[in-house]
Write a protein that binds this ligand. Structure first.
Ligand code: FAD
Length: 445
């Protein structure tokens, strides 16, 4: 689904997201220097009946950051405010990108416990949509948040945590940008650690047959199934045990595997598939024959995240973990039944349940299933809608930052704390200064 807010006369240049499927023509664009600047902008917008939206680094596929009001970029709020190496508690300004956070934590001997596949998002943007990595005993990034500073809809600046304004805190950790402008985020980090990464091709039936065992045994477990084949690439990442010898990847091998094969060659293969979709099943079958195995060690954040230069669109569903087999089978059936040619792998991950109102893992241990299509492939909406129908029936919840077609009426029953979130929104932004079309759809006006 693409969204384009109408251009207003004399408006500044268009804003586009990473996937290039969302465009906004904001009435104004600001790069505030500090919290006081943000508070002033919000107060003035509230008084004039205008709207305000923050864009992070534009890595959401949904129109979550699209606005025709004032668009704020927090690129000047990207500093470390406090770090306590003893307790691991770190406060950063909300516009700091995750890759800068990782670089900032390392000299203090600290690291995030878990991260997603990339590190380009801002800290605030990542938590706001429920960004997660994988690990049966680990929650999404928002579960590491211990405190927030927020500019509310009347321009007031408040702090919240489990002890201070707990209702606002519960809602704002995965707040969809609906409650205010996050200006600082306090995170519980941990001593930095090295991961031992093991990546290998396996038969998909073996992966599914051992799913629970592998999810439980590994700190971080995920697999990528290649549509039209019986093979998956399995990733099992665990902390390097004390005394174990590190096995870093050399810079040349790392460039060949992560840049050349995963981006340049993969991009060329996707282009070929775009021009000749009928070839995709054959290309995928050839590709999986070339999948090798590798093991290496690296600082945790280097293992979690990789560069993604091949642009695509994505939908991801969170289902109760026990439903993973049914959900995976449903995606397979959709691809066959709809005669779709899908070049991108289906990614499957796990997370521990949490207590955050709109976290996609709220109240239940979760399996995540993500479907992707190369940018420009025409069939993505037919594919995503068909998968959505199947996974909604399994009590699935869509990732807030990835494409989906759900609305408030059918999302409300999917979240036990949906009502509590709406009540927190009414308190934080009664005039709906932070509304946009996406929020109207998923939360109501
Ligand atoms: C290549 C790629 C890989 C990805 N990998 C993963 C993954 O592994 N796991 C996963 O879960 N997701 C993943 N995502 C999704 C991504 O993590 C989320 O969409 C995330 O929200 C993007 O962060 P951002 O900084 O770009 O925020 P944006 O997309 O710009 O904004 C997201 C939302 O946050 C709001 N927001 C941003 N800053 C603030 C602020 N300061 N205050 C209040 N609201 C704010 C915006 O208004 C918007 O509603 C991936 C996306 C891409 C493109």
């Amino acid at each position: 689904m693409t969204a384009t807010a109408r251009p207003s006369p004399g408006a500044p240049q268009a804003w586009r997201n990473w996937a290039r499927n969302q465009t906004a023509f904001p009435a104004g664009v600001e790069h505030p220097a500090d919290v006081a600047d943000i508070a002033r902008t919000v107060e003035q917008a509230a008084a004039a009946g205008r709207t305000v939206k923050v864009a992070g680094s534009g890595h959401s596929f949904t129109s979550a950051a699209v606005t025709d009001g004032t668009l704020l970029h927090l690129d000047r709020l990207d500093r470390l405010l406090e770090a306590d190496a003893e307790t691991g508690v770190v406060t950063v300004q909300a516009g700091m990108p995750l890759h800068v956070l990782n670089r900032t934590l390392a000299p203090a001997g600290l690291a995030m416990s878990n991260l997603g596949d990339i590190d380009r998002q801002t800290v605030a943007g990542a938590i706001s949509t429920g960004t997660h990595g994988t690990g049966a005993r680990l929650g999404g990034l928002a579960t590491q948040v211990r405190g927030l500073q927020i500019v509310l809809g009347d321009g007031s600046v408040v702090q919240c945590s489990a002890a201070e304004r707990p209702d606002l805190f519960s809602a704002a950790r995965v707040g969809l940008g609906a409650l205010g402008v996050l200006t600082a985020v306090t995170l519980q980090c941990e001593p930095s650690f090295v991961l031992h990464a093991r990546e290998e091709a396996m038969a998909i039936d073996a992966v599914l047959g051992n799913f629970d065992e592998m999810a439980e045994r590994n700190e971080h477990f995920e697999f990528f199934w290649f549509p039209h084949t019986d093979s998956a690439m399995v990733k099992q990442n665990n902390r390097l045990a004390p005394g174990e010898t590190p096995q870093p990847l050399g810079p040349v091998r790392s460039w060949v595997e992560e840049e050349l094969l995963a981006n340049t060659v993969f991009g060329a293969v996707c282009q070929l598939g775009l021009r000749r979709p009928a070839l995709i099943p054959r290309i995928n079958r050839r590709s999986v024959r070339l999948l090798g195995a590798r093991t290496y060690t690296a600082p945790s954040h280097e293992v979690f995240s990789s560069p993604r230069r091949v642009r695509f669109v994505e939908m991801e569903y969170a289902v109760p973990r026990a439903a993973v087999h049914e959900a995976f089978g449903a995606i397979r059936t959709v691809i066959e039944r709809e005669r779709l040619s899908v070049s991108f792998p289906v990614e499957v991950r796990v997370a521990q349940g949490d207590d955050i109102a709109l976290s996609t893992a709220s109240g239940r241990d979760t399996a995540y299933l993500a479907v992707h299509m190369y940018r420009g492939e025409k069939d993505y909406e037919r594919f995503f809608r068909a998968v959505e129908r199947e996974l909604t029936a399994l009590e699935g919840r869509p990732h807030w930052g990835k494409l989906h077609y759900r609305n408030v009426a059918d999302l409300r029953p999917a979240y036990p704390q949906f009502g509590a979130f709406l009540a927190a929104r009414d308190q934080a932004d009664p005039a709906r200064v932070f509304r946009n079309d996406y929020l109207d759809r998923v939360l109501g006006r």
